[in-house]
Design a protein around this ligand. Sequence first.
Ligand code: ZN
Ligand code: MN
Length: 153
Amino acid sequence: MSLDTFPHARLDQVTALLKTTGYRLTPQRLAILRALIGSHQHPSVEQIYRQVRQDFPTTSLATVYNTLECLKSLGEVLELPLGGGSRYDGRKPEPHAHLICTACGRIEDLDIDLGGITQAVAQERGYTEVRQRLEFYGICPACQEGSQIGKGN
Ligand code: ZN
Ligand code: MN
């Protein structure tokens, strides 16, 4: 049993915002939001789709895409366009750094303050609306163990 609790406040915030825009919150769309916001894994569209289909077998991939597009337009999901397809962070939509395992695809948040350097770049070069993406890549501890156990096969 995980000690982690579902971020109800975050879900409430997103559903309230969607309602103010007139977005129709069907049970399927709510299930998509729950799957996205309940996950620490930075899920892909396919992962969200597979999870929601367990409870709502008629859900289409298009509905998942549409819901994500709507959240993107509201700035309520962070898309990570990675090789092999995008992954999504619905918990923390503001830009932040990530640590990615190249063996298993695990993605973790990194607590690095990017605000100062972003502002410095904007000021020094005279740019406005400066954004950034920062990703670190490596092999996670679980995969390091796995590769040692697997040696000799
Ligand atoms: Zn790994
Ligand atoms: Mn993240």
